[in-house]
Every structure is written in structure tokens, then in C-alpha cells.
Design a binder for this molecule. Structure first.
Ligand SMILES: *Cc1c(COP(=O)(O)O)cnc(C)c1O
Length: 191
């Protein structure tokens, strides 16, 4: 129902978890499993205002100390696109793979929304997985008066969305939605 409501295509799907921290972790594990070969020393990119759970995910996944690279935000608090484009080019020059770009739709401190559509196009061009941490802001997509704030979220490869935050659900709850649910199976199926 959520996949449909936020505009993900046929073939999308997801899984529930007890919090956004776990959904973010699963998203990044799925991103890694989606690659043909496990890359050496991959990097994760996000803004300096991304949630601390991205850092935790990098540690749980056993990534290198310098794997999480944060990028500056603009005065309004969204990830700086020029900085991201530059960093992607630098990584390419260094031959260092980028596992995923993590965008935030509603940062924890300021509520800022990264430029989702532009990020999605940048990531598509660079063939990098885009995860949108919409733990806070994702539910705006359900509101006809505010849905445009989430424009571009539906282009992501994976999305974290927390009913326990702005929907006021009192049970700890989070959704991980994938553009192609096959990646959940690839990462976690035990047969
Ligand atoms: C709260 C939050 C999370 C983590 O969610 P938990 O349910 O507390 O694990 C992830 N990302 C953002 C942006 C958040 O605000």
C-alpha cells in the first residue's frame, strides 16, 4: 500500500522493522548485495546532517573507518549537489566504488529535505544506489497538500519511512521500501 501510494513501480516491495536504524542498515546491505561483486573499500556518501544510524550501519557492515564520507549542506540544510557531483568524480578517478548515496528527506535536527529529484538523476547517471532516509518526511507523500515536498523520492532504489514519527503510531515501527523487491531476496533469503 505504501509503495503504491508513494509512486514506486510494479515489482516494488518492502519489509517492516522496529525502527529506522534497522531499515537503513537493511537498505545498505541490500545495496551491497545488488552489486555483481563485493567491492573493495566502498564508500557511503551522505550529508553532514544525515542521521547517526548511517554511521552505525557502516560500522555494523564492517566498512573501512573512512567509508562514510559526509558532504556539506546548503544554507537551507539540504545536501549540496555540486559537492556530491565533485565527490563522485573524485571517487571515480581514485577507482574507489560508491556503495550508495544516502539522501535525507527531513533531517532530524532541522527537518531539511535533500534535493531528491536532482540526486536521483545524479545517482542514475553515476550508476550508484540511492537510498532515501525519509524516516521523518516520507509520510508527507500521503498528504495531498504536502506531497510535492517528496517529489523525486519515488525515483530512489530504497526508502526508509517511519510510521512511528509524524504519523504518531505509538508502536516502534519503520518501513523499508525497495524499488525492486528482488534485492531483499538477494540480500537476506535463506532458502
Ligand atoms: C529517527 C530517525 C532515524 C532512526 O529511526 P529509529 O526508529 O529511531 O531507529 C533514521 N533517520 C532519521 C532521519 C531519523 O530522524
Amino acid at each position: 500500500w505504501f509503495c503504491h501510494r508513494i509512486g514506486l513501480p510494479t515489482g516494488s516491495g518492502g519489509v517492516l522493522a522496529s525502527g529506522g536504524t534497522l531499515s537503513n542498515l537493511m537498505a545498505l546491505v541490500a545495496a551491497r548485495a545488488a552489486l555483481d561483486a563485493t567491492p573493495r573499500d566502498p564508500v557511503l556518501l551522505c550529508s553532514e546532517d544525515a542521521h547517526v544510524s548511517i554511521n552505525k550501519a557502516a560500522r555494523v557492515m564492517g566498512l573501512e573507518e573512512d567509508a562514510l564520507q559526509t558532504l556539506p549542506v546548503t544554507p537551507s540544510g539540504g545536501l549540496c549537489l555540486e559537492a556530491l557531483a565533485d565527490r563522485l568524480t573524485t571517487l571515480q578517478t581514485q577507482g574507489r566504488p560508491c556503495l550508495a548515496v544516502v539522501a535525507t528527506a527531513g533531517t532530524t535536527v532541522r527537518g531539511a529535505i535533500d534535493p531528491l529529484s536532482e540526486l536521483a538523476h545524479l545517482c542514475r547517471d553515476a550508476e550508484v544506489w540511492l537510498h532515501v532516509d525519509a524516516a521523518i518526511g516520507g509520510v508527507f507523500a500521503l498528504s495531498s497538500s504536502h506531497a510535492s515536498l517528496m517529489d523525486g523520492m519515488e525515483l530512489a532504489d530504497s526508502i526508509t519511512l517511519n510510521p512511528q514519527k509524524l504519523l504518531g503510531i505509538t508502536k516502534a515501527s519503520s518501513l523499508l521500501l525497495l524499488r525492486d523487491r528482488i534485492h531483499l531476496r538477494k540480500a537476506f533469503s535463506t532458502g
